[in-house]
Design a protein around this ligand. Structure first.
Ligand SMILES: Cc1cc2nc3c(=O)[nH]c(=O)nc-3n(C[C@H](O)[C@H](O)[C@H](O)COP(=O)(O)OP(=O)(O)OC[C@H]3O[C@@H](n4cnc5c(N)ncnc54)[C@H](O)[C@@H]3O)c2cc1C
Length: 360
């Protein structure tokens, strides 16, 4: 059942209309719950940078009626390079996986938003978490304030999550931040259908083709490095720092250098309230791990709400650090490059283990 803005008591309040909140909204409505889903942004047209949707996410989204394949570029294989030399690779199918898809994030969001009743321009100002129902104060663009009571709350409200704070969770640092030059380029891409990695002393870098003769690069750099400032500087940067990255650059669409924290919530759920996606973790952007894990969490939260056992549904995600940060689940510490590579693959859990063993 769809509940429009104005009703005050709902089964579930979803805070955040990014991909994770939208998938949770879809799943909860499909289960017959009354859902109020809100987002403070006026529309779904941001962000515009590109992401990698893992094979598991492509399947998950397709099962929910949002197949991203026609919207993006299909990735069928991965390849790993040191310098200009290819050292390993495999087809995703060799690991028993389907294809990944790369696309600008807003394309996915706009497609999902077109069929979902997300109430945009509505901000959750505060929330009191308590059994059997939580109480949220929300405001619209005119500043009008309303109160919503919800038996369940999904916090898909991104990195500065208020829902995470409200369940008393701490966003814990997991090791040093990573710095990358991030850019999207137009030009001929010499590795269509491939997610390509480069390993060097700075860590793990990656590039992937996008629709429309475009490509995305994430190049690991030092703490003080900045992004190249024009097309020629970008060509020189790639020749020197990423000889594996076979892109004949016509022009740079955008480029920036960013230092990205590695953080994970120390609690996923409390009293019918759960966090997912960037509200729960932030990590290396190469494989969009936070987004892809978030889609799995959205599914688990919906199942947990329907089964009336949210805590049990979220328990598998206590081991999420292994996938986000490349930790070895056995407790031993793999070498740093292998650790980063593992956390950069377009897969997590058992899929990642199969993908690593298929590499040759
Ligand atoms: C600057 C930046 C650059 C990034 N670059 C990349 C990249 O290049 N590649 C990549 O893979 N990943 C990147 N990421 C991460 C990726 O975008 C996220 O992992 C993904 O968006 C997570 O989806 P989500 O649904 O969990 O959260 P989000 O997409 O962040 O959605 C959260 C939503 O909650 C809404 N919201 C927040 N607070 C409230 C509130 N109080 N009330 C109502 N609504 C609220 C926000 O408006 C937002 O729409 C980047 C993230 C940032 C911030």
């Amino acid at each position: 059942m769809i509940v429009r803005w104005g009703l005050r008591a709902v089964d579930a309040l979803v805070v955040g209309g990014g991909p994770v909140g939208m998938l949770a909204t879809h799943r909860l409505i499909a289960h017959g719950l009354s859902v109020l889903a809100i987002d403070q942004r006026p529309d779904a047209t941001q962000p515009r940078y590109s992401v990698v949707l893992h094979p598991a996410s492509v399947a998950r989204l397709a099962a929910a009626g949002f197949d991203p394949t026609p919207l993006g570029h299909t990735i069928e294989r991965i390849a790993i390079h040191r310098g200009a030399d290819r050292t390993a690779g495999c087809a995703l199918a060799e690991a028993g996986l389907g294809n990944a898809v790369t696309l600008p994030q807003h394309r996915l969001q706009e497609a999902m938003d077109a069929t979902l009743p997300i109430e945009r321009g509505i901000t959750m100002a505060s929330i009191r978490v308590a059994p059997p129902a939580s109480t949220a104060t929300v405001t619209d663009d005119s500043g009008e304030e309303r109160t919503v009571r919800a038996r369940f709350v999904v916090g898909a409200d991104g990195i500065h999550s208020r829902v995470r704070d409200a369940i008393g969770a701490t966003f814990v640092d997991h090791g040093a931040a990573d710095r990358f030059v991030l850019a999207e380029l137009t030009g001929d891409v010499g590795f269509e259908g491939e997610l390509r990695y480069g390993l060097d002393d700075h860590g793990v870098s990656a590039a992937w083709p996008l629709p429309d003769r475009r490509a995305r690069i994430n190049i690991a750099v030092g703490a003080d490095d900045e992004a190249p400032t024009d097309d020629d500087a970008m060509r020189a940067f790639l020749r020197e720092r990423a000889p594996w990255c076979a892109i004949d650059v016509e022009h740079v669409d955008w480029a920036t250098a960013a230092t990205l924290e590695n953080r994970l919530t120390d609690r996923f759920a409390k009293h019918g309230v759960a966090v997912a996606g960037d509200a729960a973790h932030s990590a290396n952007p190469i494989p969009a791990m936070s987004l892809n894990l978030g889609l799995a969490e959205a599914d688990a939260i919906a199942d947990g709400i329907v089964a009336h056992d949210l805590a049990a549904a979220m328990r598998p995600f206590d081991a999420v650090a292994a996938d986000l940060f490349g930790r070895d689940r056995s407790g031993s510490e793999p070498d740093p490059v292998q650790r980063r590579l593992r956390a950069s693959l377009p897969a997590f859990g058992d899929d990642a283990a199969r993908l690593l063993s298929a590499l040759r």
